[in-house]
Design a binder for this molecule. Structure first.
Ligand SMILES: Cc1cc2nc3c(=O)[nH]c(=O)nc-3n(C[C@H](O)[C@H](O)[C@H](O)COP(=O)(O)O)c2cc1C
Length: 287
């Protein structure tokens, strides 16, 4: 902790003295990621895995998070999403398997636009995969903006697709969602952790993640390097630290065999997902 703040002071001083221009290599990257309050907030984003403490978020802050989330870019400014908010922890658990002070379910939703078109006598359809892809982009940008707004207020978060586990019909039933043109895409649990995570998760940032000018297909050597990085406990890339206990040589062996493999050859719920997307009108019902 002391080392971190010492580094921050050093970097802030460096940026002040040299306008950041004298710093080179990784120091530049770190200085720019730490250079102002917005970047510090973004670089402090982290997931709370599990339930949150009993401490409640003031309603005014929930409202700020919601209003700020709406600032996200969205196609044609038609906001093809809606957000269902609940503060009932039992309902949260039932919906997504987790509970916190507040749950926001972000849905791809064209019902508002459909109603507008209807009220003006226009024919309008939100059917098809293009509508779904565009709506999904709008929806996740809104959700991630909520995550950032919350963090700026000192509120932690968990994005989860727990709403897609088990019988997904419950999400429509509990939230009374329209069957058509409305698909619950991602859930966001907000609150305060019972105990903060011991470390910030790492990220891959090299070959295969960021491509310059054109796509670079990773080489076998680069794939090995990725395996090595996941194995390195200092990188904090893995979901679990005790993957060796299962006798695996690499973290990614654990991931592909045990984590991915836990769902069987086809992801659980694939048929249900297809059926519900078809019912929504986002997947062609003829196919
Ligand atoms: C679509 C999606 C679904 C996720 N589902 C879960 C989940 O069900 N449970 C959980 O603990 N974390 C979930 N996460 C959080 C990720 O595990 C987490 O973002 C990742 O491990 C990186 O950790 P960090 O956010 O702390 O950096 C999900 C994240 C996304 C974007």
């Amino acid at each position: 902790m002391a080392a971190t703040s010492a580094r921050r002071v050093f970097l802030e001083k460096g940026a002040l003295v040299g306008g950041g221009l004298l710093l080179t290599g990784p120091a530049v990257a770190r200085a720019s990621g730490d250079a102002n309050e917005v970047l510090r907030t973004l670089n402090s984003l982290r997931t709370i895995h599990g339930n949150f403490s009993e401490k409640e978020i003031p309603e005014a802050e929930v409202e700020t998070v919601l209003q700020t989330s709406l600032r996200a870019a969205n196609a044609s400014n038609m906001q093809s999403y809606s957000i269902v908010v609940t503060r009932d922890r039992a309902r949260m658990k039932e919906l997504c398997g987790y509970a916190g002070s507040c749950l926001m379910v972000f849905c791809v939703d064209y019902n508002r636009s459909l109603a507008s078109a209807r009220s003006l006598g226009h024919s309008y359809s939100a059917e098809g995969t293009e509508s779904f892809v565009t709506g999904a982009v709008n929806t996740v940008l809104c959700a991630q903006t909520a995550v950032i707004a919350a963090k700026a207020l000192g509120i932690d978060s968990l994005l989860t697709n727990g709403i897609h586990r088990g019988d997904m019909e419950r999400v429509w039933r509990i939230l009374d969602l329209p069957e058509q043109a409305c698909f619950p895409l991602i859930a966001l649990v907000l609150g305060y952790p019972t105990s903060p995570p011991e470390y910030r998760k790492g990220r891959l940032d090299g070959a295969g993640v960021i491509h310059r000018e054109r796509y670079h297909r990773i080489t076998p050597q680069e794939a090995e390097e990725i395996t090595r990085r996941y194995d390195d406990p200092r990188e904090h890339l893995g979901l679990v630290d005790d993957w060796k206990a299962g006798g695996h040589a690499h973290y990614l062996d654990w991931f592909f065999k045990e984590w991915v493999g836990r769902r069987g050859p086809l992801p659980t719920g694939e048929a249900q997902m297809q059926r519900l997307l078809r019912r929504c009108g986002f997947v062609d019902s003829q196919k």
